[in-house]
Every structure is written in structure tokens, then in C-alpha cells.
Design a protein around this ligand. Structure first.
Ligand SMILES: Nc1ncnc2c1ncn2[C@@H]1O[C@H](COP(=O)(O)OP(=O)(O)OP(=O)(O)O)[C@@H](O)[C@H]1O
Length: 295
């Protein structure tokens, strides 16, 4: 999936300027950058939830029902020209937040994901039940299947939405800050699952992540946005550098290679970063107060 020269705006005010982004099958692409840099807007645009001011979004032609040419010869498809149903069979987005549907069970919400695969006039979806069961199983919500979704915790609900996206069984999976609300175990399991989906099943993945170490751990490709522009795009080692990150975030960011994991690790340096410095500062700051109290 390609986003080409995308300019994105709200009420005519541009917030993303001429962004290019290439998401490839079997590859995890992480979008990182400071608050307000345009990550969610870009992801939502790729998911067709926000219309671009200009630019193109292309999908590979493979699997397009109407294409009767050999896939290798086929020109890419303009994603904005597909019907909603055809698009939803190819691309899904796990959004940052969604309204909680009242009165539905977990299974019913996950089954929503099958909607684009059901015939227009018939309910034919032979694989549907198995895909739904599998989606619930790998996201750890199978035991919640008959529970009402409006009675779940934030993290449980996030996993139900993810299961619904997986049930949609698309070649492209977009995720906007998917680890929010998840406890440590499910954060790690979700990141592992994202990696598996790309590596084992060849899914094209685009994911917005705030945690740069998570991005380094799972991404093949990183896109760094700042001020609505793509500042850098490449491997984690190329993009997650001290210079680029310090510049983008406006704070000193140290980067080192973690030998144990083989990934780069980042550390933003705040005023209270060092415990030694903190002890020295608080001792110095509290002295006048103590002296005053003792006088
Ligand atoms: N609905 C909206 N109406 C107007 N402006 C918006 C709207 N949503 C986002 N913006 C603006 O667009 C810019 C990009 O926002 P966006 O949410 O894409 O950034 P982000 O990088 O995802 O930020 P964050 O890390 O805080 O989630 C920001 O300046 C934001 O204020």
C-alpha cells in the first residue's frame, strides 16, 4: 500500500504536507513522532476515514475481484476508487478509540469483522465461524465470548476490537497506538502477534507507536513524522538516531544498541534523569528550608 504525496488538512488548514509512505506485504512499518505531528491523520487517511486534500493511495491489484488480468501485469488500484465493501476486504484499522456498542456480546462484535465478506444478497461466509474463533483465540478473548462488551475493561475491549479487525482477514492491517490500555503481558503479546502476522502470514502492517523501543523491537521500517512532514524513513537503525529523535522531539534522546535484544534502545534525558543529580539537587534545595527551620 502506498501513500503518495499526501497533503492532509482539517477545515482547509494543512496538518500533513506531501507525505510519502510505503507499506509492504510481510513488513511492519511503524509511524513515530511527537504529539500532533500527524501520525493518526495519516493512518486514518490510509484507512479512508479522512479524505486527502491531494495525493494518492494505491493498493496492489492482487485479489481485486474485478481484475481479470494476471496480478503481475496489473496496475495498482486507486484505493479511493474502491467500493466501501471492496476496500474493507483489503484494509482494516484498529482505531485509537471507538464507541462501545451497548448490549452486544464479544462474539457479536468480533463477527462484525466478517461483514465485508458476506454476500450482498446471501449470508454466505463459509470460513467465517472458524476465522472468528481463531481471531478470539489469538487475542485472548475466547473466554469472554458471551460477555457484554459494555462491561469489559479498557484493555479487554481493546483486544475485542483487535479480534474484530483480525476477523476481517485483510491483507493490510493498520493500528493506531494499539498498546494503549493494555497491561504489560498483553502489550508484549500484541507486539509479538503483529510480528507474527507480518512474518508468518505476510500481512502488510502500519502501526502508530509512541514507544520508540517497541517500534525498534517490531518494525522493519520506521517513518518519523514531525511538524506534519516525514523527517526520515528507513530501517530502525537509520531513523531512530539520537540526532533525528532529539531534533524531532525537542529533547535530548540518547540511543544505544542493546546487545541482548539486538535492537536499538532510546532514552530521553530529562532534568531528573540521574538519581545522583536528583539527590544533589534536592539536598541543595532543601538546605535553606532546613536552616530556616533550625534557626
Ligand atoms: N478533528 C480535528 N480537527 C482539527 N484539527 C485536528 C483534528 N484532529 C487532529 N487535528 C490536528 O491535526 C494535527 C495532527 O493531529 P494527529 O492526531 O494526526 O497527530 P498525532 O501525531 O497522531 O498526535 P498524537 O501523538 O497526539 O496522537 C494536530 O495539530 C491536531 O491538532
Amino acid at each position: 500500500m502506498l501513500g503518495i504525496d499526501l497533503t492532509l488538512a482539517y477545515n482547509g488548514t494543512p496538518v500533513v504536507h506531501g507525505a510519502d509512505i510505503a507499506l509492504a506485504p510481510g513488513r511492519v512499518t511503524a509511524l513515530v513522532g511527537p504529539n500532533g505531528s500527524g501520525k493518526s491523520t495519516l493512518l486514518r487517511t490510509l484507512a479512508r476515514l479522512h479524505a486527502p486534500e491531494s495525493g494518492r493511495i494505491e493498493l496492489p491489484a492482487e485479489g481485486i475481484d474485478t481484475a481479470d488480468v494476471a496480478p503481475s501485469d496489473a496496475a495498482p488500484i486507486d484505493a479511493l476508487s474502491l467500493s466501501n465493501r471492496d476496500f474493507a476486504r483489503r484494509v482494516t484499522l484498529l482505531a485509537q478509540s471507538r464507541p462501545t456498542p451497548a448490549g452486544l456480546t464479544v462474539r457479536e462484535v468480533v463477527e462484525f469483522g466478517r461483514h465485508p465478506h458476506r454476500g450482498r444478497w446471501t449470508r454466505g461466509d463459509a470460513d467465517g465461524a472458524a476465522v472468528v474463533e481463531n481471531a478470539m483465540s489469538i487475542t485472548g478473548v475466547a473466554e469472554l465470548a458471551e460477555r457484554q462488551v459494555d462491561r469489559l475493561s479498557g484493555g479487554q475491549l481493546q483486544r475485542v476490537w483487535l479480534a474484530s479487525c483480525l476477523a476481517q482477514d485483510t491483507a493490510v492491517l493498520l493500528l493506531d497506538e494499539p498498546t494503549t490500555y493494555l497491561d504489560l503481558r498483553y502489550q508484549v503479546e500484541l507486539l509479538d502477534l503483529i510480528r507474527d502476522l507480518a512474518e508468518v502470514h505476510g500481512v502488510t502492517i502500519g502501526v502508530v507507536l509512541h514507544d520508540l523501543d517497541q517500534a525498534a523491537a517490531i518494525a522493519d521500517h520506521v517513518v518519523l513524522l514531525a511538524g506534519g512532514r516525514v523527517q526520515a524513513s528507513g530501517s530502525p537503525e537509520q531513523v531512530l538516531t539520537s540526532e533525528l529523535l532529539s531534533d524531532a522531539y525537542g529533547i535530548r534522546v540518547d540511543v544505544h544498541n542493546d546487545e541482548a535484544s539486538g535492537h536499538v534502545r532510546t532514552r530521553a534525558i530529562g532534568r531528573h534523569n540521574s538519581a545522583k543529580a536528583r539527590t544533589a539537587t534536592s539536598a541543595a534545595e532543601s538546605r535553606p528550608v532546613l536552616e530556616l527551620a533550625l534557626a
